[in-house]
Design a protein around this ligand. Structure first.
Ligand SMILES: Nc1ncnc2c1ncn2[C@@H]1O[C@H](COP(=O)(O)OP(=O)(O)OP(=O)(O)O)[C@@H](O)[C@H]1O
Length: 215
């Protein structure tokens, strides 16, 4: 079985026109960086992988995860984690409630709570479970968003400009944490970024998406 994330003969149309065509294979623990001009279709590609293409777009080809074709599965059954530049924590919920939200069902309340506490401790946020997200710094929010994504137990990780709101020092810290966790868990990572430093830090292959449409 081919472990990792594979995009096989993927073509995304906007209306009738081809927007992007890609063929990628990202092995476990490997990071593929996708760059390219604004509007070329990078976020649209991630939406195709997560099964959330907006109306007006059509995707063809296959998304394979660990050899399984997940192309026609609904988003919540794909086991793909995604981090955006906006952390999108629910403001009316505590950090702990935010984290519980994406966790697979099952287990006792105590076991779930222990899992959350351990995951927070792993990113240096011990004791933050009852905090209101509004009281966290940008870096702390980014770490909570990372933990929430990891608690959903994804088999692949997508990053959409995930670090771009953080200042340089925090950016490097959170980025290194994400890459370290991805390596430990052997997750294939597809990272979209405009930032050369992100691409360098990822240490993997870099692909420049080119526009197929003439504007
Ligand atoms: N929900 C939507 N409905 C219609 N068109 C959209 C939608 N989202 C994006 N587009 C258009 O699709 C094209 C690709 O957008 P996309 O966001 O994938 O580009 P991108 O490469 O991620 O850009 P950026 O680097 O600026 O984030 C753009 O022309 C954009 O205007």
């Amino acid at each position: 079985m081919n472990k990792g994330l594979t995009l096989r003969n993927v073509c995304i149309l906007r209306g009738q026109s081809p927007l992007i065509e890609v063929d990628y294979n990202i092995s476990e623990g490997e990071v593929l960086t996708v760059m390219g001009p604004s509007g070329v279709g990078k976020s649209t590609l991630l939406a195709f992988i997560t099964g959330t293409l907006p109306s007006g777009f059509k995707g063809m080809g296959q998304v394979l995860l660990d050899g399984e074709d997940i192309t026609s599965r609904p988003p919540h059954q794909r086991h793909i984690g995604i981090l955006f530049q906006d952390d999108l924590l629910f403001p009316h919920m505590s950090v702990g409630a935010n984290l519980a939200f994406g966790m697979p069902a099952g287990g006792t309340m105590t076991a779930r709570r222990a899992k959350i506490d351990t995951a927070l401790a792993d990113v240096g946020l011990s004791g933050y479970s009852d905090r209101d997200p509004a009281t966290l710094s940008g870096g702390q929010k980014a770490r909570v968003a990372l933990v929430r994504m990891l608690l959903s137990n994804p088999s692949a990780l997508l990053l959409d400009e995930a670090f771009s709101r953080l200042d340089a020092e925090l950016r490097a810290q959170v980025r290194d944490l994400v890459f370290r966790v991805a390596k430990e868990r052997k997750l294939p990572v597809l990272m979209v970024t405009h930032d050369g430093e992100d691409a360098k830090a990822a240490g993997g292959k870099i692909i420049e998406l080119e526009s197929l449409t003439k504007n």
